[in-house]
Design a protein around this ligand. Structure first.
Ligand code: NAP
Length: 297
C-alpha cells in the first residue's frame, strides 16, 4: 500500500499513468458560479477534476482551467481531467462524436481519462453488451491516437466489465463507483482488483447524508476530525480515490485536511461493516438516471 502524505501525491495506474490521490466532483453544483467554484478548488490545491457530458459542467471546468492557467501560470499538464460519455452517446460513431463535443466544451485537446458513464440504457436493455464494446473500440482508437491518456468505466459491476476486459486491446484502468461507509460494494471492488482497475469513489460523503450518522459522529469526535474527513480518510486508507464535491473554500480545505491522522484497524472494521446507509438508490442494472442536467451546455 503506497503511503500518501498530501493531495499532491499520486498512484500509478496499470498503464503507467499517474493519478492524483483525491479528486474534486463537479456534479450538481449548489448555486453560485461554477467556474468560480472550480477556480477556488484549483487554488485550494485540487488537481483532479471529474465531469461528464451529463452534468453540464464541462464548459465551466474548461473555462476555470483556462483562466487559472492564464492567471497563475498553472500548467494544464499538472491537472487531471476526467469526463464521461452518457448512455445516449454510446456506440462507435456516437462515442467519437461525444468525445469531440466534450473536448470542445472543455476547450482542451486531450483528456487524462475518459469513462463510459453507465453500462445500460434501461433495465430491459438487451443490447448493452454489444453497445459498450463498440463504444470501447472507439475509445481505444482515441486513446491510441493520443487524445486520451487512460480509459475507464463507471458504474460497471463485475458482470458488466467482464466482456470488455476479455476483448479489450486497451484495458480499462479505473472504475468509478458509488463507494462510502454504508455502501462498500465488495463484489465490485473485488472485480476491480482482479482487473487491476483503480476505484474512484463517487458520493464519498453519501451526498452529505452520512455526516449525521452516529458512528461517523463518534469517530469524528475520537480523532478530532469532522465526519466528512473520517469518510474521506477511510477511503484513502484503502487506496480508493474519493471524488468529493464542496461549494465553498472552507469545506474544500476541510476535505483536503485528511493526511495527518490514521484511522485504527478496529475503527476501519466498524466503518467497513456498517449496515447499508446513505445509498443513492441508483443501481446500474435497475435504476438508470434519465434526466440530463438542466445546466446549459
Ligand atoms: N459516476 C457517477 O455516476 C457519479 C454519480 C454521482 C457523482 N459522481 C461524481 O462524484 C462527485 C461527488 O459526489 P456527490 O457530489 O454526489 O456527493 P458528495 O461529494 O458525497 O457530497 C456532496 C455534498 O456534501 C456537502 N459537503 C461537502 N463537503 C462537506 C463537508 N466538509 N462538510 C459538510 N458537508 C459537505 C456538499 O455541500 P456543498 O456543495 O454545499 O458544499 C454537497 O451537498 C460528483 O460531484 C461527481 O463528480 C459520479
Amino acid at each position: 500500500m503506497k503511503t500518501i502524505k498530501s493531495i499532491s501525491d499520486t498512484y500509478t495506474l496499470s498503464n503507467g499513468l499517474e493519478i492524483p490521490c483525491m479528486g474534486f466532483g463537479t456534479y450538481n453544483p449548489t448555486g453560485g458560479d461554477n467556474c468560480e467554484i472550480i477556480k477556488t478548488a484549483i487554488r485550494a490545491g485540487y488537481r483532479y477534476f471529474d465531469t461528464a457530458s451529463l452534468y453540464g459542467t464541462e464548459r465551466a471546468l474548461g473555462q476555470a482551467v483556462k483562466e487559472s492557467v492564464a492567471e497563475s501560470g498553472l500548467d494544464r499538464k499538472n491537472l487531471f481531467i476526467v469526463s464521461k460519455l452518457w448512455t445516449d452517446e454510446m456506440g462507435y460513431h456516437e462515442a467519437k462524436n461525444a468525445f469531440e463535443r466534450s473536448l470542445e466544451r472543455l476547450q482542451m485537446d486531450y483528456l487524462d481519462m475518459y469513462l463510459i458513464h453507465w453500462p445500460k440504457q434501461s433495465e430491459d436493455d438487451n443490447a448493452w453488451k454489444e453497445r459498450s464494446m463498440e463504444t470501447w473500440l472507439a475509445m481505444e482508437e482515441l486513446c491510441m491516437a493520443g487524445k486520451i491518456k487512460g480509459l475507464g468505466l463507471s458504474n460497471f459491476l463485475p458482470h458488466h466489465m467482464a466482456h470488455i476486459c476479455e476483448n479489450a486491446k486497451v484495458m480499462p484502468v479505473a472504475d468509478q463507483l458509488e463507494v462510502h461507509p454504508g455502501y462498500m460494494q465488495e463484489a465490485a471492488l473485488a472485480g476491480c482488483r482482479q482487473h487491476r482497475m483503480m476505484v474512484q469513489a463517487w458520493s464519498p460523503l453519501g451526498r452529505s447524508r452520512l455526516l449525521s450518522d452516529p458512528l461517523l459522529q463518534r469517530l469524528a469526535q475520537k480523532y478530532g476530525k469532522s465526519p466528512a474527513q473520517i469518510c474521506l480518510r477511510f477511503l484513502l486508507q484503502q487506496e480508493i480515490i474519493p471524488l468529493v464535491k464542496a461549494s465553498g473554500e472552507v469545506r474544500m480545505k476541510e476535505n483536503m485536511d485528511i493526511f495527518d491522522f490514521e484511522i485504527e484497524a478496529e475503527d476501519m472494521g466498524l466503518l467497513q461493516c456498517m449496515p447499508q446507509t446513505a445509498w443513492s438508490g441508483e443501481h446500474p442494472d435497475f435504476a438508470v438516471p434519465s434526466v440530463r442536467s438542466n445546466f446549459a451546455q
